[in-house]
Design a protein. Sequence first.
Lengths: 128, 546
Amino acid sequence: MEQKPILVVDDDPDALEIVGTFLESRGYRVATAPDGRQALAKVDELRPDLVLLDVMMPGMDGWEVCRLIKNHPEYGDTRVVMLTARGEFADKQEGLRCGADDYIVKPIRLDELGKKVERNLDARRREQ
Amino acid sequence: MRILARVREDQLRRALQSIADARGAVLVDAGPFTEDEFDDAIRAAPDVVVVESGEVDDLAQLRAETDGAGSALIIACHDSTECQAAALANADEWILLPCDEKEIDIRIRTAQQRAEGIHLPRRTEETVERLRYQELLYDRLTGFPTLAVMIDRARELLDRRGELTILYIHYVWYSKIEEIYGWQKLDDVLESTAAAVRDFYAEERDHGDNLMMVSHVADDDFILFTHVPVEPELAERRLKTLTSRLEGFLRARIEQEHGEEIAALVGVYVGTATVFRNPKIRTERLIYRAIREAADAARSAEEWERTLKISDLKATLREGAVFMEYHPIIVSRTEEIYGFEALARGTRRSLRSPEVLFQVAEEANLIWELSRLLRQRAVQGILPHLKKDQFLFLNVDPHDFDDPEFRNLDAKELGIDDPGRIVLEITERTAIKDYPRFQEYLAAFRERGFRFAVDDAGSGYAGLGSIANLAPDFIKLDISLISNIDSNFLKQNLVETIVGFAEGQGAQVVAEGVERREEFETVRDLGVHLTQGFLFHKPRYAGPPE
């Protein structure tokens, strides 16, 4: 079976590049989207197992995108990991409210990113 | 009341002004406003927004904004195409100009009534644009055609048969259902109600009845169209049986699929209205009017049931017709029973659910009386079975602190020597109005040795801020934080944070709603001191703890 891609969503092209390259080097397939609207279209099209989602984006923010993914009847079981610049409690609460599974505090440490991607994909596999 | 108006026609503006004057309302004329000023004016949440068609480019956007502000939206239209556009945009009401003042006044009222209904959080509304068009024609949650689509067919039926009867299914829920189970649950229940309506429809159709159906998108109500016999008595009888069969069918289905507890929080009321063809009046208007009439009938059925519930509550208080269940709390490490949380149930069927019991008491202003009865029962019931080192957790509402009798609560009088074994669980689901005074009351209780727990921590009602303010002895983590915690790392991280925080404060953390072994092991390993949930015990009638 062909491996499903990981979708990375960030309005910062540099961040997309870094995260994308890193994940590809680890052997994952990667798809990217620069904003929430395109992210939703990509989720609809590719049905990724995992979405890495930046919180601070112009237009629809990451929380909103997460909420829409998580409440969708067809792909609500997609794992969503938030990329957040702030590690405050309020953010985590917001993350819970919108159904996020995990989060990574920015600036992203690549070893942490690798670990979190792996454990979320594991959890996803166990759920299936 | 505030009315925000953006209209060109002088006559309409004058009519609105005179309505506002008559009702002691304020009319804000947004005619000269810029786009931004107008948006700001909507954000200020007026009660009603009246917009003349053509004044605003994007009606859907306007609807979203007024929805966000909780305002009723009325569109003043110049022709039927514009009326249709208003309907498609989910306006609460529309006016076909020219229109006399009296009718405008009525439309404002009905618009307000409709806007008052709680709206479901929208699911995918802001998402992908191509869905948008589809959504206008078919309700995304239920898959039913919307009113705008069905009105054509209804008109056809009315024209052909000369008569059309509307069954309006008014769907309500106690606000607690959303607080406790989340709006996803609400969506689920609505979805299965829709399925039940669909099945009922199919069943009736098999019996040769001419039913056709609509889902009303603005509310969460459904509409069925049917025909009744010409003879009034026969018509009435048929409608009565159809109505009660439909209500019974829907209730049974909700109970079957979601359990009695949820079913108790949902109400389904059916109202009917029959419309006859009248060539002098535009058919759409006849149909819309009849729909409103049926809706009013359904709402008055709801009113009636509410009244019955209040009288049931009064009888309950008079007879002391409540019973208590006790939900054990165990020590995570040893799995021994640490204490019991007392949970109240009404014995009357209509008041079985504690949420309904409390909501009705609140509406009837009998909350203190109910609380007094429950406290007394809670202690009496468990006392003979409570071991010396076990705690009793009692739910209290912040409102209870306004009750002088509660403030004089005496553990000894209740039969417990050490007030420290009574833990008062406070939930902030009811807002605390006067915080400083509340703090004072708490301090007085604490001084007398009572302990406190913050209930529902992590549910959004009790954030870390309020936990810090209350300085509780126990922090009870909401079930939403516990369910599937074994696979959600964000939840794990949050619980870990709270446990660390609690330990710094000398408080203990209780995990509520633990249902699976994996969840238990996860919270235990995160250092959660106490656990409560179906995995170990269900709430049970007072009896010796085994």
